[in-house]
Write a protein that binds this ligand. Structure first.
Ligand code: PLP
Length: 342
């Protein structure tokens, strides 16, 4: 099976498992897990912030940050296809009692002008706008990379008007590898940044939030409240540390594979894809003029050993990762071409 559904499907490598097995552990709720502490200080250092917090999932990371920056009745600005709105089960409204102002971006990326226009004036009629959330890379935007200058501009206009800023950096390191901009430079303009260890970095579980000492102390308390205080979590943190040591620069292979996949797909007459839009490890493509529904196409591809997701009418998403080789990509495009009749 060639599994291109998501970069979350990776399994820990033998060396990562060895690092997990050997991890020194303690009770992290008491702050006594040396491996969690090492991961947190490593992540804080890497992103140029004072402190960090290890959390079970990226959703929890985002929702803790929304909670820490807002009060009930506040409004949060985000792009309408952002993960925090689309894929987090309505938790911003359920857990933080905020409403979200959804803006339309270009491949998920907002412009400073539209953010400024969305900030409400001080008036009792309006909800106070207190937070802007950006996403790097943008998932639904096909792995699009926010240019650093755009992020700096948005966070500056937001900060000038008293808003906090959060970066959902689930795939931050894909952006780092694709752009050559450091993780610390991307993180610098934000009050909080989260990133996933469990995506392209290849760890089985976990995300990290970075921020100031004070805010991380508040987030630590909220993490307990949200049910995310873990005990001997060093076993998981060891995988994260291993990933930060060994799996960042190799993401270039995933990006090369994604680009190659798009270029190969482009040769199939029934496929529409723009390889120029493939900046990182996500490929969005459309199948045109087929009698089959997207669901049927997903099924026939599964029958020939290629897994990918339908993400809309005629639209598919393929994601490259640690467990997909360049030979797998050759095989996958060959099989897709056969199924779609070339
Ligand atoms: C995957 C993802 C998350 C977090 O997902 P979890 O499965 O909860 O770790 C957050 N934001 C984006 C953009 C993602 O792709």
């Amino acid at each position: 099976m060639i599994d291109l559904r998501s970069d979350t499907v990776t399994r820990p490598t033998p060396n990562m498992r060895a690092a997990m097995a050997q991890a020194r552990v303690g009770d992290d709720v008491y702050g006594e897990d040396p491996t969690v502490n090492a991961l947190e200080s490593r992540a804080a250092h890497l992103l140029g912030k004072e402190a960090a917090l290890f959390v079970p999932t990226g959703v929890m990371a985002n929702q803790l940050c929304i909670r820490v920056h807002t009060r009930p009745g506040d409004e949060v600005i985000a792009e309408k296809t952002a993960h925090v709105i689309r894929y987090e089960g309505g938790s911003a409204s359920a857990l933080s009692q905020v409403q979200v102002c959804c803006l339309e971006g270009d491949r998920g990326l907002l412009a400073a002008k539209s953010v400024v226009e969305a900030i409400r004036p001080h008036d009792i009629h309006y909800p106070p706008t207190t937070l802007v959330c950006l996403e790097q890379t943008h998932n639904v935007g096909g792995g699009a990379v926010y240019p650093l200058s755009t992020m700096q501009e948005i966070t500056r206009v937001a900060g000038d008007r008293g808003l906090a800023s959060h970066l959902d950096g689930a795939r931050l390191f894909n952006a780092v590898v694709a752009s050559g901009v450091s993780a610390a430079a991307f993180a610098q303009p934000f009050d909080t940044v989260s990133f996933c260890l469990s995506k392209g970095l290849g760890a089985p579980v976990g995300s990290v939030i970075v921020s100031t000492h004070d805010r991380v102390a508040r987030l630590r308390r909220l993490r307990k409240m949200f049910g995310g205080g873990m005990r001997q979590a060093g076993i998981l943190a060891a995988a994260g540390l291993y990933a930060l040591d060994h799996h960042i620069t190799r993401m270039q292979e995933d990006h090369d594979n994604a680009k190659h996949f798009a270029l190969q797909l482009q040769q199939i007459p029934a496929v529409y894809v723009d390889p120029d839009l493939v900046e990182t490890n996500i490929v969005l493509f459309e199948v045109v003029g087929s009698d089959r529904s997207t669901g049927e196409i997903v099924q026939v591809l599964k029958d020939v050993g290629v897994l990918l997701n339908a993400v809309g009418e005629h639209r598919f998403r393929a994601v490259t990762h640690l467990d997909v080789s360049s030979a797998d990509i050759e095989q996958a495009t060959h099989r897709i071409g056969k199924v779609l009749g070339v």
